[in-house]
Design a protein around this ligand. Structure first.
Ligand SMILES: [Zn+2]
Length: 443
């Protein structure tokens, strides 16, 4: 801080005390200067910023009481730390930024430390204490949140992402049959219903079944239904079969423009498509044939990337409940996957032709595990790629995890529901780690 600024600072600080006294109840009673030296020392101040807030971390040698308030025109945030001292040069080392014009510090009531932040705009200040953890000692954290960002996004009600669940086969088309007589159409419907339930337990996600009972639907009708439901994603559930009963494991397929990417995929595509024609109908509101083709091509390309992305998220979750047949997401030309603009994947949950997997496919507990794994994969994908306008796409602010913080403390701090916090970040069972950035959902 330059001498000129320092003088100005001292002047405004004198004025501030009066203002503060009227702004904060209880502060009007100025205590007489204590004789003893302040108990707590500020060892260091660290500043970091991201899109939505500027964070200041005060490293303290002991725990200290503090209070915080804002003053307007000009915008200021005042932080008072009780019975604390700080060396004079400490705030000067902090570089000014687009939000903080200057930082000033002074002694108040004899032993208390007052830090004043001169700001370029109105913010929502938040502060909290962190207990020592690892190499870090006591910390007082002050976050200056961008106000525009936190208030405007809170108002509008945001829609859920819609996941269309397509239970493979049905009615006159039983699909593959296991050695013990299990029909693919029945296990796919059972898993679909469990998946629907599991997805609907997550905030921000809504599952809809393409078929709710044992009925035959042409592939084209399935695509049309998904489109009518304005689905953001379509998941087709199937069970694999192979002449050799030893074949086992789950596989996931995404659409490929060129059709099958492997021999197995080709065989599969032929088999699954046998019930219907290969192409879904595509409606584009333009007359120019070339424009139509280009648009179709573009929409398909974008959708395939998303489909592969969803596929790998689910595959990495499925690994925990079942062996995977192919380590990567396969690409095939399934007609059911040809739904432009709806990222779609097909899951061969297991081999119905493998006696052990056939048993698993019929087991309620295994079906639940599969449904849970798919839900986690879908959640992980949408926590990154939710369509604009959905609750999952909205973030009030981002939060950088510090040592010692957990879901409960963050939920309390931002006044959000713990479950919402988990849903927004697809944190299903994981613990938080320092340095991790999580999204704070809009309430
Ligand atoms: Zn099938």
């Amino acid at each position: 801080m330059k001498e000129n600024n320092r003088r100005q600072f001292l002047k405004s600080l004198a004025g501030l005390s009066g203002l503060a006294a009227s702004a904060v109840p209880g502060m009007a009673i100025a205590k007489k200067a204590a004789k003893k030296a302040p108990v707590t020392k500020v060892r260091d101040i660290r500043l970091s910023k991201n899109k939505t807030y500027v964070r200041l971390v005060f490293d303290l040698d002991k725990i200290a009481e503090h209070s915080l308030f804002s003053l307007h025109t000009p915008e200021r945030v005042v932080l008072d730390i009780k019975d604390t001292s700080m060396s004079h040069g400490m705030v000067d080392q902090l570089a000014a930024n687009s939000l903080i014009r200057s930082i000033r510090s002074g002694v108040r009531n004899g032993n208390d430390l007052r830090v004043v932040f001169d700001l370029s705009k109105d913010v929502t200040p938040r502060s909290f204490l962190l207990a020592p953890s690892g190499k870090s000692g006591h910390r007082l954290v002050l976050d200056l949140h961008n106000k525009k960002h936190t208030t405007t996004t809170k108002k509008a009600k945001k829609r859920d992402v819609i996941i269309a669940i397509d239970a493979g086969h049905g009615g006159k088309d039983p699909g593959a049959t296991g050695r013990a007589g299990t029909y693919e159409k029945n296990v796919t419907l059972q898993i679909a219903k469990r998946l629907e339930k599991s997805i609907n337990q997550q905030r921000g996600m809504k599952a809809v079944l393409i078929r709710k009972n044992d009925r035959y639907l042409r592939l084209r009708e399935r695509i049309r239904k998904a489109r009518d439901l304005h689905a953001d994603m379509m998941i087709s559930l199937h069970a694999d079969s192979f002449p050799d009963p030893r074949a086992r494991g789950s596989s996931i397929y995404a659409l490929s423009v060129d059709g099958a990417s492997s021999e197995t995929a080709r065989m599969l595509a032929d088999k699954e498509n046998a019930a219907d024609l290969l192409f879904g109908d595509i409606d584009l509101a333009v007359d120019d044939q070339m424009v139509k083709e280009v648009l179709f091509d573009l929409s398909l390309t974008g959708t395939i990337e998303s489909s592969l992305d969803i596929g790998s998220e689910i595959l990495s979750q499925i690994k925990s409940v079942n062996r995977v047949h192919k380590k990567r997401v396969q690409q095939a030309g399934f007609a059911v996957l040809k739904a432009p603009n709806i990222p779609s994947i097909l899951i061969e949950t297991a081999f119905i032709s493998n006696p052990r997997e056939e048993k698993n496919l019929r087991s309620a507990s295994h079906q639940k595990k599969v449904a849970g794994a798919i839900t986690r994969g879908v959640g992980k994908y949408f926590s990154r790629k939710a369509p604009p306008g959905t609750w999952l796409a909205e973030t009030a602010t981002e939060h950088h995890i510090e040592h010692g913080e957990d879901i409960a403390s963050i939920a309390t701090r931002y006044k959000v529901n713990q479950e919402d916090l988990r849903a927004r970040n697809a944190l299903f069972a994981e613990n938080l780690r320092a340095g991790q950035v999580i999204k704070i959902p809009v309430s």
